[in-house]
Design a protein around this ligand. Structure first.
Ligand code: PLP
Length: 450
């Protein structure tokens, strides 16, 4: 039966009456009532269809309603919905095996959580217990989740209202040549200065007090800044020198997003702990986790690990992970994401950057790209001020509205557009979305000073 606008209105009314939304002033939002989704599209009750260039919150790496993943969840639900974490369960064992086979180096044990923030919480707990140290270093341009430790590690403004200065967390600057905190002019210079700055931070904090350094392999929401060659290897070396646990947060960058199973594979770097969520099963059922090195796993061989969750390794979530990973491998989805980045999205965005005065820089890899919108290409002044809200943010809001009017659902953050479609979006769909972006950027161009 066709969906009607009246049904949509009822969904919206109940939402407005009873659903309390994240990150929002409840009376200032207008959530779209979504009726359904398939592949790279979702649609509302009024007959509008949107090409999903956001992958929701950058999690539907395999697209919406992939039939093999849906069937696996249905099959698992019919067979066994839930079992406590203490039991050995076939789908949990299989999910852990498939993940461990793909994580770099000796990260061969998996602790399951329900999402990314819990993965970060547990990685930090493991690092602190393993080292007997308290402090954790993270970068300013980062997001690690919204639970207590994860939000304190977060460097972007989502941290500010939840900041607890005593959490033992120290922020430093990661590399980002376009807005270099080090006034560098080349990637090599940015890399060298960023590593020196990290060394200085460690020296002044006291290396013997630092349990871990956590980085997003490629920072996601904070701007998709691909690290310069040598940076991650440099951090690895620093961690080894001081006995600091190196944590890579691959919640957003992992599971195909960058055109490799894990972003760390681009640089051949193995962390001590790797956090994942989102793409592990495209978010069809909540799942996250920590992949653990042999040395850290050994710390808890005879000493109990003091952490757990009722739904750790939930069978429905693990069944979805097994089906997602198997399907991604069978259908070559990781390779497809790499192809899209190299041959479709990358070249199209480079061309867009040439023609639009509002595009200061495009950067990324795989199905993971940022378009930096500016008022002026020369000064690089952002199209809207850092962390702008309300009227100050109007140019970005107008741009997003223009995209939606043309049937494209964009991911916008501060002065940036992120191009983050499903990793299995077809070339034709990707080109269709890029053409819509190209047109909508005329709206941003009008706000430039050029
Ligand atoms: N870490 C990174 C890099 C993320 O991008 C996110 C979410 O966007 C998280 C952690 C938190 O994950 P979750 O929202 O599943 O708790």
């Amino acid at each position: 039966t066709p969906l009607t606008p009246q049904e949509g209105a009822a969904v919206k009314a109940a939402d407005r009456a009873h659903v309390f939304h994240s990150w929002s002033a409840q009376k200032l939002i207008d959530p779209l009532a979504v009726a359904g989704a398939e592949g790279s599209y979702f649609w509302d009750y009024d007959g509008n269809r949107f090409l999903d260039f956001s992958s929701q919150l950058v999690n539907t790496n395999i697209g919406h309603q992939h039939p093999k993943v849906v069937a696996a969840i249905q099959e698992q639900a019919g067979r066994l919905c839930t079992l406590a974490p203490g039991f050995a369960v076939d789908v949990r064992s299989e999910a852990a095996r498939l993940i461990a086979e793909r994580t770099p180096g000796d990260l061969d044990k998996v602790f399951f959580t329900n999402g990314g923030a819990e993965a970060v919480e547990n990685a930090v707990r493991m690092a602190r217990l393993h080292t007997g140290r308290q402090k954790v270093l993270s970068t300013y341009r980062s997001y690690h989740g919204a639970t207590a430790t994860a939000i304190n590690l977060t460097g972007d403004p989502r941290r500010w209202p939840s900041d607890t200065a005593s959490a033992g967390i120290v922020h430093f600057w990661g590399p980002f040549l376009y807005r270099s905190p080090f006034h560098a002019t080349t990637e090599a210079e940015e890399c060298e200065r960023a590593l020196r700055h990290l060394e200085d931070t460690i020296a002044f904090e006291g290396p013997q007090s630092i349990a871990a350094i956590i980085l997003e392999t490629v920072p996601g929401t904070a701007g998709i800044m691909v690290p310069p060659a040598g940076y991650l290897a440099g951090v690895r070396e620093i961690c080894d020198r001081y006995g600091i646990v190196f944590v890579l947060d691959e919640v957003m960058a992992g599971f195909g997003r960058t055109g490799k199973w894990f972003a760390a594979d681009h640089w051949g770097v193995t962390p001590d702990l790797l956090t994942f969520a989102k793409g592990v099963n495209s978010g069809y059922v909540p799942l996250g986790g920590v992949a653990i090195s042999a040395a850290i796993a050994e710390t808890f061989d005879t000493r109990p690990y003091p952490g757990g969750l009722t739904y750790s390794g939930h069978p429905l979530a693990c069944a979805a992970a097994v089906a997602t990973i198997t399907t991604m491998a069978e259908e070559g989805i990781v390779e497809h994401a790499a192809h899209l980045g190299e041959n479709v999205i990358g070249p199209a965005l480079a061309d867009i950057a040439e023609r639009h005065p509002s595009v200061g820089e495009v950067r990324g890899l795989g199905a993971f790209w940022a378009v930096e919108l500016v008022r002026d290409k020369e000064t690089r002044e952002p199209l809207v001020p850092y962390n702008a809200a309300g009227a100050d943010n109007a140019p970005m809001a107008e741009f997003a509205t223009a995209c939606k009017k043309s049937g494209l659902w964009p991911f916008v953050n501060m002065n940036r557009l992120h191009v983050v479609p499903a990793c299995n979006i077809t070339e034709a769909e990707a080109k269709e979305g890029l053409a819509i972006l190209d047109e909508a950027l005329a709206v941003a161009d009008r706000h430039t000073t050029a």
